[in-house]
Design a protein. Structure first.
Length: 124
């Protein structure tokens, strides 16, 4: 009989991995990004974009869902990184997240690549 906590099988989960590749910070997300995970994403992007001339690749290729809160964080982080003299490229392949970017006009507003390799080339 264990814990009295309700099962969390229906709670969306966000996976966040941060690592460096070719001098750029890669923030790779998986799962679902909604209001509950917003603080975790903001913290990861703040960490990755710290310092002058930051080069950040936000990899959304394994993300299944993003809501308006997540989109707002991506936009704000993109603007903040540019204002600090850095660059941020979003990796957004085919799927639900890409359709969200297309329907909201973010494809034109942000630097969007199809793969991490393409993003890294843009960050040189």
């Amino acid at each position: 009989m264990g814990s009295s906590d309700p099962p969390e099988e229906n709670v969306p989960q966000l996976g966040v991995e941060i690592f460096e590749r070719e001098g750029a910070q890669i923030v790779a997300l998986s799962g679902e990004l909604d209001l509950r995970a917003a603080a975790e994403l903001q913290s990861a992007l703040d960490q990755a974009s710290a310092g002058e001339h930051a080069r950040v690749c936000l990899d959304l290729s394994a993300l299944q869902f993003i809501d308006s809160t997540g989109l707002a964080i991506v936009i704000r982080s993109h603007q903040d990184t540019i204002e600090a003299g850095g660059r941020l490229v979003v990796v957004c392949a085919a799927g639900n997240v890409r359709r969200t970017f297309e329907t909201t006009g973010l494809m034109a507003m942000l630097s969007v690549a199809e793969t991490v390799d393409e993003a890294l080339q843009r960050l040189v």
